[in-house]
Design a protein around this ligand. Structure first.
Ligand SMILES: Nc1ncnc2c1ncn2[C@@H]1O[C@H](COP(=O)(O)OP(=O)(O)OP(=O)(O)O)[C@@H](O)[C@H]1O
Length: 258
């Protein structure tokens, strides 16, 4: 198991958001985390990446403990993420945004940077090369010098994925990557997710509301409802699980009531 959560609980001012969650992601797998609005999916990403500290439980990546590490240390350990709402550095080019991801792998020290030693220049060359490779990988060759925020929305989402890949992760967390994409862009996203796993060997954990996309791309699905894991398995199993159907029907009822 690459990522493992054991009995993780998270609450805010007495409001329990994750309740005793046991969860794992296998290396090299495409795994989705689904559930109705407010189920706790993004909160789970936030505890995995060190943004939130759970009150209880253990989280490990390749056996290394994550809880108590800061987000940048979790990134260095091998977990990268994209956000529900695109978060790019607005004044930076595509290339600079992606290079920011690579900097977490920088090996030359601060002194080498200040003195501009040869080791630092070699490091900068390596960072640039890796970043350009990631930009190429997500299909944005030729856009590297454009201001990231001037790109079409679907392309901005790809810049975020390139920046996450530039951290050289073992596990990539994607938070609703298909939101706001048209059907052609969604199809391309499915292909990109598969290539990330097949060509780079990176495991993908995906939060997504588009069930067509989830069922198409996932090998394994976990379902959260009100902070608890209620079902797990392959797409077929999860789709037919009465607990899952009930959780989603419950959501429809609430929406109808509004
Ligand atoms: N920083 C916080 N402070 C207080 N409550 C929070 C905080 N972060 C999340 N929550 C609460 O945790 C619960 C789960 O929210 P979360 O965003 O994790 O759900 P979700 O499954 O990602 O929902 P959606 O699908 O709508 O994005 C919500 O009730 C939310 O209000």
């Amino acid at each position: 198991m690459l990522l493992q959560l054991k009995q993780v609980s998270l609450s805010f001012a007495g409001n329990t958001v994750l309740y005793d969650v046991n969860f794992g992601v296998d290396a090299g797998r495409i795994h989705s985390l689904i559930g109705p609005n407010g189920a706790g999916k993004t909160s789970m990403f936030n505890v995995i990446t060190g943004f939130y500290r759970p009150q209880q439980g253990e989280i490990t990546l390749d056996g290394e403990p994550i809880v108590k590490r800061k987000p940048h240390a979790v990134t260095r350990l091998g977990i990268a993420r994209t956000f529900q709402n695109v978060r790019l550095f607005r004044e930076m080019s595509v290339r600079e945004n992606v290079m920011a991801g690579q900097h977490c792998r920088s090996r030359a020290g601060a002194l080498a940077a200040i003195l501009r030693l040869p080791s630092q220049r070699a490091e900068e060359r390596r960072i640039l090369e890796t970043s350009l490779e990631c930009i190429d990988f997500v299909g944005l060759t030729g856009h590297q010098d454009r201001l990231a925020t001037n790109l079409a929305y679907g392309h901005q989402r790809r810049v975020e994925i390139a920046r996450a890949l530039a951290t050289e992760p073992k596990l990539l967390l994607l938070d609703e990557p298909a939101a706001g994409l048209n059907s052609g862009e969604k199809q391309a996203l499915i292909e990109l997710i598969r290539r990330i796993r097949d060509e780079r060997g990176v495991a993908v954990l995906l939060i997504e509301h588009d069930m067509g996309l989830v069922m198409n791309v996932s090998e394994h699905i976990s379902v959260l409802d009100h902070g608890s894991l209620i079902a797990e398995g392959d797409p077929q199993t999860v789709q037919n699980d009465p607990k899952v159907i009930e959780a989603y029907l419950g959501q429809d009822d609430e929406e109808l009531a509004l």
